[in-house]
Design a protein around this ligand. Structure first.
Ligand SMILES: Nc1nc2c(c(=O)[nH]1)N[C@H]1C(S)=C(S)[C@@H](COP(=O)(O)O)O[C@H]1N2
Ligand SMILES: [Mo]
Length: 193
């Protein structure tokens, strides 16, 4: 009998624990605590006709493109940091959905850690290998720009915002004096398109 009472007590604690936690946070939505901690969408805004947010789920549901490319950091130009097959959505597809406005010149990219980078709108519209990747070698990753043939500082990770602007925006490394075009030259050049 004592054992049964104890088991009942444990069961009640488990039920209270499970349902008690759900009620916290002042919001009765069914979101899990994990998905509340981070923004699981990318904002596409600025010089566009129809600004929108795209969730990671929506991104992964779009027709995907696979790109095999290596990420090189200017700090160690001969050693690939990351390489393999990236899967994602061409950035230009995301921009076309928003409708690029006349006068859009550059794209400013923002990441969750405050890092920024930039690309020319024209370069992106002419290059379907520039993708917003969500998978590397079969494993999920947070959305990251894959820019084949350009230095790693263009490959922004933890992407939160894509903003089209009509001026010469420069990102973290670009504004510190690194080449804005960031083309890898010499023996390490691979995957440029
Ligand atoms: N959000 C964010 N993205 C970033 C950076 C950063 O500091 N923050 N560093 C860039 C640089 S300089 C390089 S070389 C690569 C390194 O990629 P890894 O951290 O996946 O090895 O990420 C790029 N993307
Ligand atoms: Mo880097």
């Amino acid at each position: 009998m004592k054992k049964e009472l104890f088991a009942l007590f444990v069961l009640i604690l488990l039920i209270l624990g499970t349902y008690g936690l759900k009620g916290q946070g002042g919001n009765s939505s069914t979101q899990s605590p994990v998905s509340k901690q981070r923004a699981d969408f990318i904002e596409i805004t600025g010089f566009v006709e129809r600004p929108y947010n795209i969730t990671y789920e929506e991104l992964e549901a779009l027709p995907s493109k696979s790109v095999t490319a290596e990420l090189y950091c200017v700090d160690s130009p001969n050693l690939p940091r990351k390489s393999g097959t990236w899967i994602g959505v061409p950035l230009r597809v995301l921009l076309e959905r928003a409708g690029v406005k006349e006068g859009a010149y550059k794209i400013a990219f923002y990441a969750e850690d405050g890092y920024t980078t930039d690309l020319y709108v024209e370069d992106v519209m002419n290059n379907k290998s520039i993708i917003v990747a969500y998978e590397l070698n079969g494993k999920p990753i947070k959305p990251r720009l894959v820019v084949p043939g350009r230095w790693g500082y263009k490959w922004i990770k933890g992407l939160t915002k894509i903003r089209l602007v009509n001026y010469n925006f420069k990102g973290t490394w670009e504004s510190a004096g690194y080449p804005d075009e960031a083309y890898i030259e010499g023996p390490t050049q691979r995957g440029a398109s």
